[in-house]
Write a protein that binds this ligand. Sequence first.
Ligand code: SF4
Length: 946
Amino acid sequence: MTDAAARPLPDEDLSAYPDPSTWDDVVVHDAKDWPRRTERHYALVPTTCFNCEANCGLLAWVDKESGEIAKLEGNPLHPASRGRNCAKGPATINQIKDTERILHPMRRVGKRGEGLWEQVSWDEALADIGGRIGRAFREGRHDEVLYHVGRPGDDSYVERVLHAWGIDGHNSHTNICSSGARFGYAAWMGFDRPSADYANAKVIFLISSHLEAGHYFNPHAQRIMEGRERGAKIVCVDPRLSNTGSIADWWLPAWPGTEPVLLLAIARLLLESGTWDRDFVRRWVNWDTYLRAMHPDVEPDFDNVAPALLADWAAHTPERAAEVCGVDAGAVRAIAEVIGANLGALATHNWRAAGAGNLGGWQTARCLWLLNVLTGSVGTVGGTSPNGWNKFIPVPPRHTEPQGRWNEMTWAPEYPLAHHEMSFLLPHFLREGRGRVDTYFTRVYNPVWTNPDGFSWIEALTDEDLVGCHIALTPTWSETAWFADYVLPMGVAAERHDVASYETHSGRWIGFRQPVLRRYAELTGAPVASTREANPGEVWEENEFWIALSWQIDPDGDLGIRRHFESLDRPGEPMGIDEYYEHLFAHSIPGLPDAAEAEGRSPLEYMRRHGAFAIPGDQYQVHERELTGDELAGTVRGDDGVYRTPGTAGLHDSLDEISGHMPFIGDGSAGVDVEGTPRFGFPTPSRKLELYSETMADWGWPEHATPGWIRSHVHWEDLDLAGAERILIPTFRIPTLIHTRSGNAKWLNEISHRHPLWLHPADAERLGIEVGGLARVTTRIGHFVIATWRTEGIRPGVVACSHHMGRWRLEGDRGNERWSSGVVGLDNDDHRWQLTPREGTRPFASDDPDSGRIWWTDAGVHQNLTFPVQPDPISGMHCWLQRVTITPAEPGDRHGDVHVDTERSADAYREWLALTRPGPGPGGLRRPLWFARPVKPKATAYRAAT
Ligand code: SF4
């Protein structure tokens, strides 16, 4: 049963939405004018939300009288969100109308960080920045141009730009977000995320507060609830009693970092009781490689697999899990029973949570996926698929060849297996003299606030010898934009173009974000040539910006860059954005041209009217697909059963690899022989699910080649829990805010504007913290002071603080928006830094009367400043959980105080660096060729310099 069949949207639900055929002119009565029946006319323009990663559909209601957007609601035609949104979707209107937003390009005039700015034209900014980058390229300084993205919002555009520029300059935020879990999944199957079929599952196993904080939050949450309505059991592992934990059948508050022990105990019970899918494992797991590597003393016979695994995991009994994880052994047995009774229908997810918190956190994802593998719940109805099966990335027009460079400032030799760039170590790399940055773009990203060790970021960004020019591409002011040379205003959800697709359910779709007022201008017969003509002020969109900037970098075309941004239809002129999407939608989305034709429209017009498209076809059991003659042509079956193209091993540059989200096989393999039939399989070297990872072994980590447990850096048995040490969870999301992007959404701030430290009453008593009292939380590089909240909804020994709040600005009415930020003082004495709150949030005068009604006062605490960088030596993921000491606040301490010593940050960086096992690896490679990575370079770039 497909997702659509599982929950068709009934007609009566659609009555909540105007019929799509009326969207050009929807007539409703003005509620404010009641009881008069005053008609108002609206044009409804679809776009997609830009607040979290889920890319839900939105419908912008454009008031035809004023020509302004009146509100945003859900788009019922969007296959993932199905007309529903979380609070952050409709709050987009706050961001559009925010009186504090940046409306014009700004250039620094004082010292960097001094807060003195002048307004400049886009042409001036483009000429200056383009000239600078062009000079760097002409002088061979390609590695000095870096782009650092927070919210991408698009699947392929920037990758295309960077390939066209010929630089390895992409930096993502992923190593402070999700690399841990991604690595665990990728080690199994090449794909780095799960796509759980919640709606049809019998058991839903979540290692996170997924209903309010998970990836693809609203689309997943609505399907989890559907599964639950149909009787699915929910298991939630989370030290905090989240909304998800509160509705779960089993809430297991395991000690942070011990989750793999719990999962291995369940796996062991399944093997012991014989409630596992032998046939699936026999056909689709590289069990023979496992037996040969780990148990060379036994015959590589399938019957030996279960005994071997039981021997490997002999210690992982339910009783041992109870001891290590602090959970009930009976619950572990009961969960194993219910999973074993529902083979094939286990939907699982682990995203940030344990995977993003702990040293070795990636093993949590590896052990969770083990349960899917053992129960045959891979690609099944009600099971979990690889994300790539439920995601579609179109090939953009003017597809560029991969670039041929390798930038060690982002892909450092110490981290050859890191799942993404080591971007959060940039200040330390700069401080060590590994290089400098000439031109640094931050795009919808706020590393000073979001990353750990923000004061080291301020030190780097204020040093013009280290960072020549910092350009902040951002819809809002931020702590990081304050330290920029240019602040260039970019659009929010209703002001930009993007195409994105995510694994929200079983099926593939693409969503189209579009600038609403530009579209409305087109509908009213007054089209504009550039998005910035229709947006508020001079707010632009990145896609047009990159085209214009690329022309400035290479005005004569001699660098070979300009040609990638020339019109396909009008040679010698810049490519237009409509032209770009016309080609993209007409040529690379299966089924879209036919669907458009059926409506008598072009594919672009179809997408402008629908905002999304569900690609036809079933996406279950993709690995079982038989290879076609064309796919097999030119391949040879190896001894391992894998069909490969001879002569391509290690040097195949696949066009599939556009964005790094889609794994490709570096050895030109097509599939694998399974019992005499060539099948598609998985994008791993064996084309099977890899219980034993030869890559891990070959690259220096043989002890972690199979699912297992790595003791966390915050393991509870290593802490002085009888004293004042505790484990701090600083990462949990709440459903109404999103990182720093929701700061300028007044409705959201009215709902959520405090983040006290969750503290169990028993801990509060032991630590001497009064009810609601202030605590001083000391990390290894400093401390912060925060109000506490006593609650039994957290495991004793663990404290937690939502990461959203603690926004600050340095001037009373400039810098960050005033809906969420407070005024602070920033003092430093060499490497000692102090942030002192001076004023919380308070009413202010503006064109929006609501700004005078702000009643919330607490701007929160910027806790991330006090966290050292803690990169996992394998996955590269920053391990967010902190070993902290909690004491009552001292005389003079104030809520929001932060103290940090960046010399201690540097010490911590060096200690974690010492845990690595640097490359190059086999064949002198910098990284396994088959591993995905963003902006994947040519294979030749993988060879380390000799
Ligand atoms: S879950 Fe909420 S914030 Fe995320 S895309 Fe959907 S509506 Fe927007």
